[in-house]
Design a protein around this ligand. Structure first.
Ligand code: TYM
Length: 338
């Protein structure tokens, strides 16, 4: 079946191994199946739900685009653009916001985590963030959305919003129900310092994550210092269950080497982590180092990056423009398509 793929990454600087393994690597794999139509978006409107410095945001939009390309996304094969360049996203978010229910949004765990204790001080944008995400997906009739497991609840909400719109306005199947695609081995990469927390840009400790642009020495150091326990690598999967840090490192290795966790355990069972960690560092460095170099090269030519984004935005408008127009028609809002 042909899949219509849409996904997005926030340009908040420092993409990390979680973004790479949980999302971007999957983007590339899906792109390389010619039957798929792939659209990948630098979701800059999402990033302004928390205050950003304008110059840094501009730099981060280019940097995230460069990371997409350096990781293997090809503007000839995929549409690559930034969200704010296509106004349909903001329009769609308003319309879908009128369909979404407060109760649905109040249940979103990511909002609760990000807003912290003082919810009253969080931006309204942060609260309605998942509605903008639903607009991103639905405006392209996306059928599949490659994301990390942390976005599962937002995807379920997107389905609810699509279904409510279709029901409320008696337009069955107008918006398709999109399915998430999670990476098989590492849908949730955890912090290197605490196996109960996900690897995240917002963790105050840089030692908790591998950034795509960390140099080899730093990657080796972070893996060497990563938290584990005294036990050697077990033989059976079940023995990893109560060892979150060990489990995380084994999962990262399996995902990077395209192997099954069972096979990694078979190869390393009985070995201490002091033996395993340098091998894990090597595999990370050999994949991330060329990507990091390519990002630095691409960033020397910002015009080239901007051209890719501009062309991507034009292609994106061709798809989302008619869909937002139909949405207006369905609602009785008559518009003239530019
Ligand atoms: P963002 O920018 O936080 O993260 C980008 C992608 O990386 C995945 N990810 C992880 N995967 C595994 N382990 C981790 N520790 C980890 N951390 C992050 C995220 O799941 C995501 O796939 N709301 C989204 C961006 C977005 C979007 C969309 C995604 C906006 N519109 C439409 C899909 C479709 C987000 O904040 O991702």
């Amino acid at each position: 079946m042909n899949k219509k793929i849409f996904s997005g990454v926030q340009p908040t600087g420092n993409l990390h191994l979680g973004n790479y393994l949980g999302a971007i690597k999957n983007f590339v794999q899906l792109q390389n199946d010619k039957r798929n139509q792939c659209i990948y978006c630098v979701v800059d409107l999402h990033s302004i739900t928390v205050k950003q410095d304008a110059n840094i945001l501009k730099k981060n939009i280019r940097e995230t685009t460069a990371a997409f390309i350096a990781s293997g996304l090809d503007p000839e094969k995929s549409i690559i653009f930034n969200q704010s360049a296509v106004t349909a996203h903001a329009e769609g978010a308003w319309i879908l916001g009128c369909v979404s229910r407060m109760g649905w949004l109040s249940r979103m765990t990511q909002f609760k985590e990000k807003a912290g204790k003082d919810k009253e001080k969080a931006s309204v944008g942060l609260y309605v963030y998942p509605v903008l995400m639903a607009a991103d997906i639905l405006l392209y009739d996306a059928t599949h959305v490659p994301v990390g497991e942390d976005q599962k609840q937002h995807l379920e909400l997107t389905k609810d919003i699509a279904q409510k719109f279709n029901n409320d306005f008696s337009v069955p199947n107008f918006f398709p129900s999109p399915e998430p695609i999670f990476e098989l081995t590492a849908p949730r990469i955890m912090s290197l310092r605490d196996g109960a927390k996900k690897m995240s840009k917002s963790d105050s400790s840089d030692m908790s994550r591998i950034n795509i642009q960390d140099d080899s020495d730093l990657i080796a150091l972070k893996i060497r210092k990563s938290k584990t326990d005294q036990e050697p690598i077990p033989e059976e999967l079940i023995d990893l269950e109560k060892r979150p840090e060990a489990n995380n490192l084994i999962n990262i290795y399996a995902s990077m080497s395209h192997s099954k966790v069972e096979d990694v355990l078979r190869n390393f069972s009985g070995k201490p982590f002091s033996y395993f960690k340098p091998l894990l560092a090597d595999i990370l460095i050999s994949e991330l180092e060329p990507i990091s170099k390519k990002i630095s090269e691409l960033l020397k030519e910002p015009d080239v990056i901007d051209k890719i984004l501009n062309e991507g935005a034009l292609s994106a408008k061709k798809i989302s423009g008619p869909i937002i127009k139909s949405t207006y028609d369905i609602l009785g809002l008559n518009t003239i398509l530019e």
